[in-house]
Design a protein around this ligand. Sequence first.
Ligand SMILES: O=C1C[C@@](O)(C(=O)O)C[C@@H](O)[C@@H]1O
Length: 230
Amino acid sequence: MGLDFDSFVLAASTADLSTEPVARDHADAIEFRMDLAEESLEALESYDDGDGELPVLATNRAEWEGGEWNGDDAARLEALAEATRFEAVGAIDIELESILEGDAEDLLETARERDVTVVASAHDFEGTPTRGEMVSTLTEAGKYADVSKLAVTAESHADTLAVLAATEQMTAHGDRVATMAMGELGSHTRAVAPVYGSKIGYAPVEAPDATAPGQYDLETLSRLVSQLEA
Ligand SMILES: O=C1C[C@@](O)(C(=O)O)C[C@@H](O)[C@@H]1O
């Protein structure tokens, strides 16, 4: 089943699919961080065979993009392709860099054939590019994917405003984007970016299991987003 991101999707980010029943109360989907999990394909199989209800966005983040997969990159993308076989997997996240390098062509095709939504992502762990640069990156990602995602690191309030402005610009143009500023200064953008059109939020079920700096826990982000939406 393709996961559509027509409206905001709150994803519980986890390395452990057995947390899904707890996440269900607040999340619309699970972001399964395959790179942080052991035996990730086996875990997806049990999820499919069990009573998992939330659709899965599968991510297999490379070490060079802030994740923990430090093995062969072709094998990393292959595991992601394997993940699309499972009924529960409605979307996959592919690094924009892999796409631009030409490494993800087969994976993109497999996802299309299996009606799995593609999120193309880029991360900046050092800082926040200008609004124009962020718009370019998101536009580039949108050429290959259903959703363009950009996570940057805020070092000032001006950075957080630039992220929100880029989000608004892309959304007004009819593009589907997911944006957030990482780091403590950026936390509030996780709650506010959806107001400007961001379509995916990420939060750990429990705060200590955060998958990126500055994340709110799931219950908190769910509350903040729905209050701002009201
Ligand atoms: O890319 C993203 C966004 C993220 O980095 C965040 O900042 O919430 C969290 C990751 O789990 C996810 O894959």
